[in-house]
Design a protein. Structure first.
Length: 556
């Protein structure tokens, strides 16, 4: 391998990505670490450059092509020829070969010693080097470890299929063992959902942990057929029907504890995509104070939910914790003296002292139909799982105007947008103004892992976006990644929120048909509204989450 003398710091200065002062600072930091940390890592940690900027600079200087490893088809048989530790030492992935070369992507092209060890492992052909992002290479290493971990039980499933076929009644079958292994792994990771997805060559199992999907298993397609059929039997679905979506539910005991699973299948190009929502009954019985509300927002929300009548709307995308917040609010205000009715699709968790009703559209029992019948049930508080159409919205507004407290959800990006959405659905502005008492918009953000939390300087572009909210002495943190957090740097999630309260002045604006920007401006002037990003920045400055995480879910 031809070695080139490359001074990365000088290159970055020459390209205008860092200054001489920043380079000198990074070199001083490197000295304090006794040169155990690479200069590139320090420059990234200090927020001076991004990993992609370093990769692109080295790519031009070394005349190496940059490759997106998720844009090429990996040759898994080729990868299997190399010891994993040799690949890890070189931060390298052999991704393809032809008659002349073996093509290798690395995130560290200056690590000549490790790359030479890798080259010696390839006796037949020379290597042609490419540059790739370290994050992509880490993910592929994780996939290789996953394949090794599941190899034994997958072979057992294959033997079972070839020897005796798939037997659905066999409770101790290898397929059921595999399902239990997949589910138990997801529960140990505190996952909220499991995704089983076939493609042209293999089946991927991914778990959604803290709102982000992580690949946990890889299976051959022959295993997928048995796996999908057994899961559909557990959920009482039709195993012969693969052309349309199906929904089901089942219960399973894992380590002596009962878990409910909401099952959904949908046909895709290569087979059925299967998603399981993991429902832990204990997790829903949370108090409002445990959700992550900032103190001022918590007091505001508690005041709102104790109003005698009106509509309280929760907004946010799917998976933003709206249902959990609604259940926590109902838990806070339910009592033997109140009649509380809910209409949901589906009923995910069962709550004491609350009458819960399931939507059944097959027989015409919709949200709107249930709401009309609720008013004859003498309720005090009504919860509507979601407002999807004008009929439901109109019924909810009428219920609030006749002296009932109504909770519901709506899909909008922020709190002021909910007013516009209600008007677009057909409700008159004066009715919106009379019915609404508050709108709560929320998102879930990942919390920094407490075991590997460390101070960090965010990249200058991120700081520029939020500088108007930052004090001069702001300190930022992130998780470096450790076994406790599965090397992600995050552990658990918390809420960031914005609450728009409606007083007489804001109600007047709504009834006049004001835009969402006008409503937001008037509410801010009256101290009734603060944008969500302000709540997020406060959590960043408190060391709860990262700036990158806040900007991932909010607009600056």
């Amino acid at each position: 391998m031809i070695r080139q003398t490359v001074r990365l710091g000088d290159l970055l200065v020459e390209k205008g990505l860092i200054t001489e002062t920043q380079l000198e600072h990074a070199l001083e930091v490197q000295k304090t670490h006794n040169f155990t940390k690479r200069l590139g890592e320090i420059l990234i940690d200090e927020g001076f450059v991004t990993e992609r900027e370093i990769a692109e600079t080295l790519s031009r200087q070394l005349n190496l092509e940059f490759v997106d490893l998720y844009g090429v088809e990996l040759d898994m048989k080729l990868l299997a020829k190399f010891p994993l530790q040799v690949l890890k030492n070189a931060w390298a992935i052999p991704f393809s070969e032809d008659e002349e070369y073996i093509y290798v992507a690395t995130s560290d092209p200056l690590n000549y010693d490790a790359l030479e060890v890798l080259e010696r492992a390839i006796v037949s052909k020379p290597i042609k080097l490419y540059i790739a992002l370290k994050e992509d290479i880490i993910h592929i290493f994780q996939r290789l470890e996953i394949l090794h971990r599941t190899k034994e039980i997958v072979e057992e499933v294959k033997r079972e299929i070839s020897q005796q076929g798939f037997k659905s009644e066999n409770e101790e079958s290898a397929v059921l063992k595999l399902i239990r292994l997949v589910i138990k792994d997801a529960i140990l990771r505190n996952a909220s959902d499991l995704h089983i997805e076939p493609d042209a060559h293999e089946t991927s199992v991914r778990a959604r942990v803290d709102g982000v999907l992580h690949e946990t298993f890889l299976f051959d397609l022959e295993v997928y057929t048995a796996l999908a059929s057994r899961i559909k039997i557990l959920g009482n679905l039709d195993i012969s029907e693969r052309r349309k979506s199906q929904d089901g539910r089942f219960m399973m005991v894992i380590d002596g504890k009962e878990y409910d699973f909401r099952l959904s299948t949908t046909p895709t190009l290569h087979g059925e995509s299967i998603v399981m929502r993991i429902l832990d009954q204990q997790k829903v019985l949370m108090k409002l104070s445990e959700l992550g509300f900032e103190e001022e927002n918590l007091k505001t929300f508690q005041d709102v939910i104790h109003q005698p009548y009106g509509i309280v709307l929760l907004t946010g995308p799917t998976g933003s914790g709206k249902t959990t917040t609604l259940y926590a609010a109902l838990n806070e205000i339910k009592s033997i003296e109140n009649k509380v009715l809910t209409i949901e699709d589906p009923v995910e968790y069962q709550l004491p002292l609350i009458q819960q009703v399931q939507v059944n559209e097959k027989i015409g029992y919709t949200f709107a139909e249930a709401l009309r019948s609720f008013l004859r049930q003498d309720p005090d508080i009504i919860m509507v799982g979601e407002i999807r159409d004008f009929e439901t919205l109109n019924a909810a507004s009428q219920a609030s105007l006749t002296g009932h407290l109504v909770f519901s959800t709506l899909h909008t990006n922020d709190a002021p947008s909910a007013v516009s959405r209600m008007a677009q659905m057909g409700l008159e502005p004066y009715l919106i103004a009379d019915a609404l008492i508050a709108i709560v918009a929320q998102r879930l953000v990942r919390k920094i892992c407490p075991y590997c939390k460390t101070p960090v300087t965010p990249h200058r572009e991120l700081l520029e976006k939020v500088k108007r909210w930052l004090p001069e002495d702001a300190v930022f943190y992130r998780g470096k990644g450790c076994p406790q957090c599965d090397m992600t740097g995050y552990m658990g999630r918390t809420l960031i929120t914005e609450i728009l309260r409606i007083d007489d002045v804001v109600a007047q604006k709504i009834s006049e048909g004001a835009t969402k920007l006008e409503i937001a401006r008037v509410a801010q002037e009256r101290g009734l509204y603060r944008p969500m990003i302000e709540d997020g920045i406060r959590k960043v400055l408190a060391g709860v989450t990262t700036l990158e995480e806040i900007l991932r879910v909010t607009r600056s």
